[in-house]
Write a protein that binds this ligand. Structure first.
Ligand SMILES: C[S@@+](CC[C@H](N)C(=O)[O-])C[C@H]1O[C@@H](n2cnc3c(N)ncnc32)[C@H](O)[C@@H]1O
Length: 288
């Protein structure tokens, strides 16, 4: 299917602004010139659900400008604002079905490979970044052999509180509210399986992911990453290592092969599966 006929999220979608989008950007640009201090404020502290005509117009302009000027840290701030607020708090209600419909149903082959790698590595610890309601972390803790400790790192404080108060989890699991990048640089330990699932690294700029992986490779190896992340269907990894905003959320489509290999990891498994509007790529990468 050609990209234009498919619903799978793409870069092309972002670049093909409709007439309505172009008008919004033009109006936003004019309003931002008239309101420079509000524009500076929204650039520094972007909001995912702006209220009122002025803020909506300025945010539309700032997003479009950030795409053109590659202002990746603006998108990082925008994603963090979304996930630490209502976006993260209601995610489980809307999307927990994906654990069954995607992970258990369509990714059995990836999990099987992870089990084999886990047995070879004998890491005692699991850390999942962006674990949200913890369904996958619970599954991994119960189904990988001899897990000593499992930690779920999640940005959304409400969700972390609900997890901490729940009796549904394996007793080896601990949930913490933190930014995954900051936590890894400060508390990451060797012999760990690091996990992201359902799209978490897509909210991090490439620069930050490079810093995280370089830290793991230099200071806390051996380690393994198991990542299941969406990518733009028209992101050709043979051609581009760039991390490019895609889809409605303007999250980053990363080249996960280059991301891991350029930071000293060996990729032992990589497989794409289509799911709803996404092309999801599972990667298992190790550094010894
Ligand atoms: C698309 S959801 C995926 C949730 C879960 N892994 C799943 O598959 O159901 C992304 C999750 O990553 C979390 N997140 C986003 N940025 C984060 C960050 N910088 N540090 C920790 N968690 C983050 C969000 O709060 C959200 O729970």
């Amino acid at each position: 299917m050609s990209p234009s006929m498919s619903n799978t999220l793409s870069i092309q979608q972002v670049n093909q602004a409709s007439l309505k989008d172009s008008c919004k950007t033009l109006v936003g640009r004019a309003i931002s010139i008239a309101s420079p201090s509000r524009t500076r404020e929204l650039f520094a502290f972007p909001v995912s659900h702006p209220e009122g005509f002025r803020d909506k117009a300025i945010m539309a302009f700032l997003k479009r400008r950030a795409i053109h000027l590659h202002q990746d840290s603006f998108f990082e701030r925008l994603h963090q604002e979304f996930w630490s607020g209502q976006g993260g708090a209601v995610f489980a209600d809307n999307c927990d079905h994906r654990f069954n419909d995607l992970f258990l149903t369509k990714q059995a082959e990836d999990f099987q490979r992870l089990q084999e790698v886990w047995l070879q590595q004998s890491h005692p610890n699991i850390v999942e970044f962006g674990c949200n309601s913890g369904l996958l972390l619970n599954h991994l803790t119960k189904n990988l052999a001899d897990v000593k400790a499992a930690t779920g790192i999640e940005l959304n404080a409400d969700q972390v509180r609900r997890n901490q108060q729940s009796d549904d989890f394996d007793s080896r699991i601990n949930f913490l509210q933190a930014d995954a990048g900051q936590w890894l640089l400060k508390y990451g330990q060797k012999n760990t399986l690091f996990v992201t699932n359902g799209g978490v690294l897509e909210y991090f700029p490439r620069e930050k992911l490079d810093a995280m992986l370089a830290h793991v490779a230099a200071n806390i190896k051996p380690a393994t990453f198991f990542c299941v992340e969406p990518v733009a269907e028209d992101h050709d990894w043979q051609v581009s290592n760039e991390s490019i905003p895609f889809g409605n959320e303007l999250s980053f489509s990363h080249n996960y092969t280059d991301l891991f290999q350029s930071n000293g990891f060996q990729i032992v498994h990589q497989r794409a599966v289509p799911f709803e509007d996404w092309k999801m790529v599972a990667t298992i990468a190790m550094v010894r």
